[in-house]
Design a protein around this ligand. Sequence first.
Ligand SMILES: Cc1cc2nc3c(=O)[nH]c(=O)nc-3n(C[C@H](O)[C@H](O)[C@H](O)COP(=O)(O)OP(=O)(O)OC[C@H]3O[C@@H](n4cnc5c(N)ncnc54)[C@H](O)[C@@H]3O)c2cc1C
Length: 282
Amino acid sequence: MGILIYLAKRWVAGEYLEDAIERARSANNRGISGIINHVGEHNEDIAEIEASAEEYSRLLDGIKQEKIDCAISIKPTQLGLMKDVQTCIRTVDPLVKKAADLGIFIWMDMEGSAYTQQIIDIYKHLYKENKNLGLAIQAYLFRTPDDLKELSAMGAKIRLCKGAYREPADIAIKKHCDIKKAYADQLEMLFSEGGLERIAVATHDDELIDMARQLNNDHPRNFEFQMLMGAHDKRKEELAGEGYKVCGYIPYGKGWLGYFLRRLNEQKRDIKTAMVCVLKGD
Ligand SMILES: Cc1cc2nc3c(=O)[nH]c(=O)nc-3n(C[C@H](O)[C@H](O)[C@H](O)COP(=O)(O)OP(=O)(O)OC[C@H]3O[C@@H](n4cnc5c(N)ncnc54)[C@H](O)[C@@H]3O)c2cc1C
């Protein structure tokens, strides 16, 4: 248990938003922007949904007051999607508008495939009026190339990640090397064809990071690297030193340990990766 707590503290900021803001400040001091997420998902209860929205609202105020270079990242099932799409839109819209007034960007995480279509629909609806909003898209889903074409056509802002959930073989690529190839193909399409207003390359995979740099040389785009807090810290600083925008994803909240354990359970490979990281002092 001791090693898990040690690892978790490396990957999550702590229980309170002040902890997250401190981590973001420390990232800023190293030339890295923050993306703060209040851990939580699958809120069924309206009181929990409202409490989560209130927490994000306080977080926006905190970021503004403390003058931190930081976005936030939200999960739709945390903010009303467990009720329905309309509840989620009603909950998220005021947050996005408040963030816009404060000059803060909001990312919507992508969740399991049961929610993919609804989350894309929510994003499209909100993005019409709110340009300070980005959406995560998962390279491992078969549907993703079509989604990316549609989102590019509307000038969306997209974070491309490999995908973190266990999905069935009839809708998602299963082999790691094939997921990486799909990611590379999608990245190439996004850079070469244009259309997106912002591309976030969310990976710790050095080959894909190098590929994004090369693609950006050939087709300069508004793009940034995104990585998790506590992961690949040296690489983040090198990239920031080269002038790239680099963001660290900073989760916090009272459920941090449970969140961390769930993530390890969902993706056991992360245990090995995290331990290698700690041992390498990276
Ligand atoms: C900022 C950010 C936001 C994300 N948002 C979402 C989302 O909304 N929805 C979603 O489904 N998934 C999300 N993910 C998770 C993502 O889909 C992958 O599951 C995760 O990033 C692992 O894939 P990878 O490409 O980073 O590296 P992998 O393919 O797992 O590994 C490639 C190499 O990267 C290194 N590496 C990988 N992970 C780590 C780590 N944690 N610490 C240190 N080194 C590591 C290792 O050296 C490894 O060999 C997000 C990831 C990031 C970084």
